[in-house]
Design a protein around this ligand. Structure first.
Ligand code: 6R9
Length: 651
């Protein structure tokens, strides 16, 4: 990645923060200087935003890198910080979650309600013999009992591991076995795309091969029939509801394991990313406060992620609750019962801050501008993006059609491994550029280096690295310290390597370019898939695109693009030519795709990231590899069936 095209990303549009927001922003510009002058002092101040039963003796122990310890000797309870302290301060009646089920049923849950439920669940888990340090697997739909289960574990020091409810029995089994979980918390099912979708049968199949599991605790959500194993299976309403709502939170060590979350990884064995207590809560709470400018008394925050992903852990559960926020939590998908569902929710709850993913934004753009235009979105004041690079034109669409041209957009770069946001604008400070995550947050030392680990100057591209440990960093891969060292700390001596490529523009602002594994080598030039995709999306007829490098006898690799058109746009050979020329004009002739295929859908992981590996198979006419992590495996049939236009376009 040391070489990139000189003329890429010449973005000139700039958006300063709205004056009123800047005037009252939670965080001002001087925080950057203060944090770089004294990084540990900065994080110590952010840790002070939490309640500690016992103060730490040392901020950071980095004597045995890359194994970090933060707030050494400190003790705290995560659930106490998320619940009790708000209730004790008289804010028990404040709404924690406006929960909306997919069929339209709703629940309003205050901090006092949530506190009671978590205390009951904590007592119930203790009665089931769950002790601090034991692992609890959670496989649930997006219902309030999911955060309750997580917080109950945190409250008693059990380590939870949420497995996304769309994963197969095999995937669930592998994750339960990897961590020797003793309890699984699940539901009969959840609602997805207008119909109940069962979860319990998947758990039954998985647990049959997991001898460590003593009990399965089941929430009744859909009311569908479930198989039952007496002695092992327990209904939530028989077990948690009758339990006492009195529970005193015990303090745990700052480095006590809080949760394990498996990163999907496309082929290799999933990695159990371990997060601990004090540093994690410090950084998720502070970033939620700073990046979203959260005002707990007036904001209504909605993060649309599933809690099965890290975004939901950090910005639906731990960060917002630690800050006493009022949130919206939604069970279903954006197109059920209609394609305006998200905007209906924004209007209904007067949502002020919306945090979603580029994949969703591009889908909304594809569905058409007229859909959000039918709803009152005037309550929104801040928008966020996470999960993939956001193409400048998708950013502009988000700003205009959702943000009414007035809301700042925070493009937040981070990973399951980083635990919390690392690179992002600060909404009251940063002059944003569409498509750029801009700068590392205060207290974070990100850099871009070349092959040899040397920092590149402005205008250069290379590998993103993090130089110094940060509070919410993963502590290891569960059960595999060596894999932790090899995966993240071995590419460059002493630096954390997240696996992403990036570019630093002439002003020193950062542009994330996706996984380095996706970078293409065309006639000796490194070209990032992200840049070509953004060039395609900048054409008015294109909603979404995915670009891969396919083996080519002359150029080494050749660029093959898959394109979804917007709304009613029609595609033919002439349009394919036009798009190829458009890329050549935008990025230079070297980036001109060899082929463009117009397709109805793109293959995505269950968290919405494009799976380029499968598209590479299509582009190289191979039979398809493993499709089990695909969100919807019929997509590949659609793509194969749709490969008529542009499949053999050559210059
Ligand atoms: C939070 C989350 C992490 C990977 C990461 C990167 C990509 C996430 C991004 C982004 C560009 C952003 N990514 N946010 N790329 N700009 N704002 O998504 O965690 O599921 O572990 O994925 O996602 O490639 O390395 P996770």
């Amino acid at each position: 990645m040391s070489e990139t095209l000189a003329n890429l990303l010449h973005e000139t549009r700039q958006f300063p923060p709205p004056g009123a927001l800047a005037d009252q922003a939670n965080v001002t510009a001087n925080v950057y200087g203060a944090a770089s002058a004294d990084r540990l002092g900065f994080w110590e101040r952010q840790a002070n935003r939490l309640h500690w039963h016992k103060r730490w003796d040392e901020v950071l122990d980095w004597s045995n890198p890359p194994f970090a310890k933060w707030f050494v000797g400190g003790q705290l309870n995560v659930a106490y910080n998320c619940l009790d302290r708000h209730v004790e301060a008289g804010r028990g009646d404040k709404i924690a979650y406006h929960w909306e089920g997919e069929p339209g049923d709703t629940r309003t849950i205050t901090y006092a309600d949530l506190h009671r439920e978590v205390c009951r669940a904590a007592n119930a888990l203790t009665d089931l013999g769950i002790t601090a340090g034991e692992r609890v697997a959670i496989y649930m739909p997006m219902i309030p009992e999911l955060p309750v289960a997580m917080l109950a574990c945190a409250r008693i020091g059990a380590t939870h591991s949420v497995v996304f409810g769309g994963f197969s029995a095999d995937a669930l089994k592998g994750r339960i076995q990897d961590q020797d979980a003793t309890l699984v918390i699940t539901a009969d099912g959840g609602f997805r795309r207008g119909a109940p979708s069962a979860l319990k049968p998947t758990v039954d199949e998985a647990v049959a091969q997991c001898p460590t599991v003593r009990n399965v605790l089941v929430v009744r959500r859909t009311g569908q029939d479930v198989a039952w194993q007496d002695g092992r299976d327990l209904w939530w309403h028989d077990t948690v509801d009758p339990a006492s709502a009195e529970h005193t939170a015990q303090p745990f060590d700052s480095e006590h394991p809080l949760y394990i979350l498996y990163t999907s990884g496309t082929t290799a064995k999933p990695k159990g990313i371990l997060h601990t207590t004090g540093g994690y809560l410090t950084q998720v709470a502070w970033t939620h406060h700073a990046v979203f400018d959260l005002k707990p008394d007036t904001d209504i925050f909605w993060c649309t992620a599933d809690i099965g992903w890290v975004t939901g852990h950090s910005y639906i559960v731990y960060g917002p609750l630690a800050n006493g926020a009022t949130q919206v939590m939604y069970e279903g998908t954006p197109d059920t019962p209609h394609r305006g569902r998200f905007w209906e929710l924004v209007e209904k709850y007067r949502i002020t801050i919306l945090y979603t993913a580029p994949t969703a934004i591009r889908t909304f753009a594809k569905w058409g501008d007229d859909i959000p235009a039918q709803f009152d979105l005037s309550s929104l004041r801040l928008l966020g993006s996470v999960g993939e690079p956001i193409n400048p034109e998708a950013w502009m669409w988000y700003r205009e059609h959702i943000g009414g041209d007035r809301c700042p957009i925070v493009d937040t770069w981070w990973q399951t491994e980083t635990g919390a946001i690392m690179i992002s604008p600060l909404p009251g400070v940063t002059i944003c550029k569409p498509g750029s995550a801009m700068r590392p947050l205060p207290g974070i030392t990100a850099d871009i280096v070349d092959d040899t680990g040397t920092s590149v100057p402005n205008g250069g591209g290379g590998y993103l690295v993090i130089r110094d440990p940060w509070p919410a960093m993963l502590r290891t891969i569960w059960g595999d310290d060596q894999r932790y060292v090899d995966t993240y700390w071995s590419r460059f001596d002493g630096l954390y390597f997240p696996g992403d490529g990036a570019k630093r523009d002439a002003d020193g602002d950062l542009w994330l370019l996706g996984r380095v594994d996706d970078v293409m080598l065309v006639s000796g030039h490194n070209i990032s898939t992200t840049e070509v995709e953004s060039a395609l999306v900048s054409h008015p007829k294109v909603a979404e695109s995915a670009v891969v490098g396919a083996t080519d006898p002359t150029t080494g690799q050749a660029i093959v693009a898959f394109v979804i058109l917007r709304g009613a746009a029609e595609g033919d050979e002439a349009l394919v030519q036009e798009l190829r020329d458009h890329v050549a004009k935008t990025l230079g002739p070297i980036a001109k795709p060899r082929q463009i295929m117009l397709v109805p859908e793109l293959p995505k992981t269950r968290s919405g990231k494009i799976m380029r590996r499968l598209l590479r198979d299509v582009a190289e006419n191979r039979s398809m590899g493993d499709v089990t992590t695909l969100q919807d495996s019929s997509v590949m049939d659609l793509i194969s069936a749709g490969l008529k236009v542009g499949a053999s376009t050559e210059d």
